[in-house]
Each structure stands twice: as structure tokens, then as C-alpha cells.
Design a protein around this ligand. Structure first.
Ligand code: HAM
Length: 421
């Protein structure tokens, strides 16, 4: 038997309605906030992520699905959504339009990580990116959008943590401080962090190795070392969050695992039993657009893992029952009825009704048993007499009540009587 690759997950027909539920809600919210959907290819040239995400990050060093295509080009399955969107923003000259550009995306990403609950090798992100505006009002807007998703889905027990990691100006002075701090501990750091010490010491603060953590826990705090501009931007962000009454905490240890961040960074974590951890992460990336070859423009966004969001909904018992079911099941008796029902079902579907019929030449009893299993709200059994009378007895499967309904009025009858249209 061939099985699915490790770290991947089939979304089976019994589960897909959960995805529709959250995706529909997300699309609704994005529309209200004025974000338009963008879709980019599932793979990009490897260089994009090396430059965008950064070649000292775990994502680029350890987690990318990279291969040579038949033309000998190095391509990578996208490990995250921001760099491809910035690439598209630059390539399609979206920067020439009135700004800001407000985009959202719902798509799979790929990272070669050790699979566990909430960590997959193929996972799905909902993300937003806003380009072309530096005001903290936009940072606050994207955060408020993420928080809306949780509140609209009735999620409780989540926490918003914010931080500022400054700009290249304040960071270069801080990097020197960090290097001075780590110098006496170089021998105790892991191999990767020793390389990071030279190239990008800030990355050490994101290392998951315990012995490195024990050291960097005492390192100078970046938030205490940001420049005036960055500090003012951060203060402004807090004010915007406060006027929207969005509770937050400052967590000066957030550095994020990707290199492009400047100023605001944030994470939304679940404290709920069975779904603890980071569900959403994001921040500002003011140098990325220029790094990818575009103009000096700023950006800010976030991504949330949909598998993790679903875990949270499950842990809080917030997933409603599956309401994707036929409005009506139409059973048939005899050859003439078989043909008639084919036409009737087709006509109902044309009229926007979800209608189902038997395809296995079952007995009437077996057809009705199957109708029950489909969860259909109504059923009808059509025989020669009904065809002659141009009407059928339609049964409400829940109450058992029946109504005699002319075929001409069947669509109308179902539309007015179904519970979830
Ligand atoms: P990230 O923190 O790497 O940020 O990922 C965002 C979210 O994707 C995580 O909080 C998590 O919910 C989900 N996620 C990441 N890796 C996995 C995995 N292996 N399995 C399941 N879920 C996962 C980014 O990707 C940035 N591009 C976010 C961003 C957008 N920043 C600015 N704009």
C-alpha cells in the first residue's frame, strides 16, 4: 500500500466542511477589512527564500524542500508566503498603484520539520500582507484582523504578544552588544549558532537547542536598545491597539524565525489545553521589498496556521456539526421512474437545490436507509402513479410529516422549508 508522505494529511470528505467553515469566515473578514486575495505559485526559485527569509534561518538552512528541476534550476516549495507575495508585488509592479496594497492568501506551505501535533511538513497558512505604508496604524490593523478571526470563531484563551526588534540602524549597534555578550560563551554554543555569531548574532536568540537557550536567556534585550524612531513607532502601535480595546502583552523575547522583520513583531498563542502554542505570527518587514529588487517600500503582515487554528477550535469544542447534506433524496420505483428521477434531480440542482438519488439499483427500503445516512432533510419516493399525478409525497425526515407537492412547485417547497439554506 502506498501511504501519504510523512508530515502530510489528507483532508477527507468528512473533515472538509471544517475547512470551509474557517475559510469562509476568513474571506468574509478580509472583505470587510478591504484585503484582496492573491495566489502565487507553489514553488519559487530557491534564491527568493535565501534572500527573503535569510540564509542563517532554520527555515532556509534545515527545512526547505529544494530540488533541481529537469532544466537544472534550483526551485523550492514555498516554506512561507511573504517572500513570494513580495516577489509578485515587485514583478507585477503593484507598487505603482495607489498605496497601500492590502492582500490576503490561503495556501499550503512546506517545511521539512519533525512532524507532531500541529506541526506538519505540508501545512496551510492564512496570511495577510500590507505594502506601502509605514504607519503603526497598519500594524495595528493587521493585528486586529487576526484577532477578529479568533473572536468571530468564538475562540477564547488566546494571548497577543508584541515586541519591536528595531531597524537595521539600531540593530547594528545591538549586534555588537550581542557579540560582546556571546564571545565568552562561544565554546558552549551549538555549531549553527557559532556560524550565526559571525553572520547574524540575532538569530542565536531563536535557537531551539537547550544549551544555547540557557545562555541567551541572559543576553541584552533588544527592546531596551531600539532607536528613538522605532520606540515611537512601537508606542504608537500600543496606542492604536488600546483604542481598539485589543489586549496585548509585551514579550521582549520574540525575535521570530525569519530574517526580514523590522520594528513590530507579534505572536498570538493559545493557552488552551490540547492546543497550546503559537497559532499566528507576523510583523513588519521594511527592507524586504528592496531586497527582492523593488522600490524602498515598507510591509507588514502575519500568517496563521490553519491546522493549528482547527486544533484550537477542537480543543474548545467549537466545531459545529456538519451541515453539508442533501436537501432532498429522491428514491425511485421502476424503470420509468428511474429515468424521471434523473430528470427531476437534474432540474432541482439547476434550481439551486442539493438533490440526491440512488445509483445502485437498490430496493426502495435500501434507498430510504441510504437517504437517512446522507442526512437529507426531505425525501420522496417516485413511482409510476406519482409521475401520472405530476406530484409526490415529500417527507420531512426529521419530523416524519408529509406534504403532497406538485413537481412544478418542488424546488420552491424545498427552498422555503429547508433549515439551512
Ligand atoms: P511563521 O511564524 O514561520 O511566519 O509561520 C506562521 C504560522 O504558520 C505559525 O504561527 C504556525 O501557526 C504555522 N506554521 C508554521 N510552520 C508550521 C508547520 N510546520 N506545521 C503547521 N503549522 C505551521 C511566517 O510564515 C511569516 N511568513 C508570517 C508573516 C507574514 N510575517 C509577515 N507576514
Amino acid at each position: 500500500m502506498i501511504i501519504a508522505p510523512r508530515g502530510t494529511h489528507d483532508i477527507l470528505p468528512s473533515e472538509s466542511y471544517r475547512w470551509h467553515l474557517i475559510e469562509d469566515k476568513i474571506k468574509e473578514i478580509c472583505l470587510e477589512f478591504g484585503y484582496k486575495e492573491i495566489r502565487t505559485p507553489m514553488f519559487e526559485s530557491t534564491e527568493l527564500f535565501e534572500r527573503g527569509v535569510g540564509d542563517t534561518t532554520d527555515v532556509v538552512q534545515k527545512e526547505m524542500y529544494t530540488f533541481l528541476d529537469k532544466g537544472g534550476r534550483s526551485v523550492t516549495l514555498r516554506p512561507e508566503g511573504t517572500s513570494p507575495i513580495v516577489r509578485s508585488f515587485v514583478e507585477s509592479s503593484l507598487y505603482a498603484q495607489p498605496q497601500p496594497t492590502k492582500l490576503y492568501y490561503l495556501y499550503p506551505c512546506f517545511r521539512y520539520e519533525k512532524p507532531q501535533a500541529g506541526r506538519l511538513r505540508e501545512f496551510h497558512q492564512f496570511g495577510v500582507e500590507v505594502m506601502g505604508a509605514d504607519t503603526a496604524a497598519v500594524d495595528a490593523e493587521v493585528i486586529s484582523l487576526a484577532m477578529q478571526v479568533f473572536s468571530r470563531l468564538n475562540v477564547t484563551g488566546i494571548e497577543l504578544n508584541i515586541n519591536s526588534i528595531g531597524c537595521p540602524k539600531c540593530r547594528s549597534a545591538y549586534n555588537e552588544k550581542l557579540k560582546a555578550f556571546f564571545k565568552p560563551h562561544l565554546g558552549e554554543l551549538c555549531e549553527t549558532c557559532r556560524q550565526r555569531y559571525e553572520k547574524n548574532p540575532l538569530r542565536i536568540l531563536d535557537c531551539k537547542v537547550k544549551s544555547c537557550k540557557a545562555i541567551y536567556n541572559h543576553a541584552p534585550v533588544l527592546l531596551d536598545n531600539i532607536c528613538e524612531d522605532c520606540a515611537a513607532h512601537f508606542e504608537q502601535l500600543k496606542r492604536y491597539l488600546e483604542v481598539m480595546e485589543i489586549p496585548y502583552q509585551i514579550d521582549a523575547t520574540i525575535v521570530r524565525g525569519l530574517d526580514y522583520y523590522t520594528k513590530t513583531v507579534f505572536e498570538i498563542i493559545s493557552k488552551n489545553k490540547g492546543s497550546e502554542g503559537t497559532i499566528c505570527g507576523g510583523g513588519r518587514y521594511n527592507g524586504l521589498i528592496a531586497e527582492i529588487g523593488g522600490p524602498e517600500m515598507t510591509g507588514v503582515g502575519f500568517a496563521m496556521g490553519l491546522e493549528r487554528l482547527l486544533l484550537v477550535l477542537e480543543s474548545l469544542d467549537l466545531i459545529p456539526e456538519n451541515l453539508e447534506r442533501p436537501d432532498i433524496f429522491i428514491a425511485n420505483v421502476g424503470e420509468q421512474a428511474d429515468l424521471f428521477v434523473q430528470k427531476l434531480v437534474y432540474g432541482l440542482r439547476n434550481a439551486g437545490i442539493s438533490a440526491e438519488r440512488d445509483y445502485l439499483s437498490r430496493s426502495v427500503k435500501a434507498q430510504m436507509k441510504y437517504a437517512n445516512k446522507t442526512g437529507a432533510q426531505f425525501s420522496a419516493v417516485i413511482g409510476d402513479d406519482d409521475i401520472a399525478a405530476k406530484s409526490a409525497s415529500v417527507k420531512n425526515m426529521q419530523t416524519g410529516e408529509t406534504d403532497n407537492v406538485p413537481f412544478d412547485h418542488l424546488a420552491e417547497f424545498i427552498k422555503t422549508n429547508t433549515m439551512t439554506r
